[in-house]
Design a binder for this molecule. Sequence first.
Ligand SMILES: Nc1ncnc2c1ncn2[C@@H]1O[C@H](COP(=O)(O)OP(=O)(O)OP(=O)(O)O)[C@@H](O)[C@H]1O
Ligand SMILES: [Mg+2]
Length: 244
Amino acid sequence: MSRAPAIEAVDVSRTYQLDGVSVPALRGVSLTVEAGDYVALIGPSGSGKSTLMHLLGGLDRPSGGRLVIGGREVGTLTAPELARLRNETIGFVFQAFHLLPRTSAVDNVALPLVYRGVSARQRRERAAAMLGRVGLGHRLHHRPNQLSGGEQQRVAIARALVTDPTVLLADEPTGNLDSTTGAAVLELLERLNGESGVALVMVTHDAEVAARARRRIAMRDGVVVADSAAESGSTEVADGGAGA
Ligand SMILES: Nc1ncnc2c1ncn2[C@@H]1O[C@H](COP(=O)(O)OP(=O)(O)OP(=O)(O)O)[C@@H](O)[C@H]1O
Ligand SMILES: [Mg+2]
């Protein structure tokens, strides 16, 4: 519990500009992702979930408010500094797996390590080991179109985790999978959260999936309307009350 929060957002807003019109996608969101957390992010289509995920992962910057990722305030960072922070801290998994199509599984997974200055040989070793952890040690040299949907998503998960991030952000990771395959991917994410302590923040439209998370955050119209952690007080209580 004494570990620093992985991500802190305070009154964060994001307004898109589209053809001269302002689209307020986030209107003042405050939340803390604790180290090792397991959060389900829910809410209707258009409520701002993906926008928030992009901000939490440093893929985008807030229009207002304060955002701290891995102890660094995003607003003070240059673009290269933010890219580096993202590479060191965050793993992403998307609904559409976003793998390089003409590249083998092992090279897809090794890619984030290129930006770390890891040697080619070590990259392949670490990527192969990570693919082993997601149950794909026998598929290292398959290209994405030679893999099933569930296997492709497991490659994407391995790629997200090969850098040993503190936070894994997954935006509807089971959205393109049948229910059985989706359940297997979800079990994998939960196992990795339990084993390695990577904080997991997952967008889902599935109430059963959301019910499995330790914490649920609900959004509507660009604001957080419910946060089970805040309700129970479990992560909000400060230590300072003892002497009062
Ligand atoms: N690049 C953009 N330019 C303009 N408006 C955008 C842009 N991206 C998103 N929006 C708008 O911002 C709002 C929030 O979008 P967002 O993608 O965050 O919703 P979401 O909760 O992820 O929805 P879904 O469940 O459908 O994925 C929507 O009204 C959307 O139309
Ligand atoms: Mg979305």
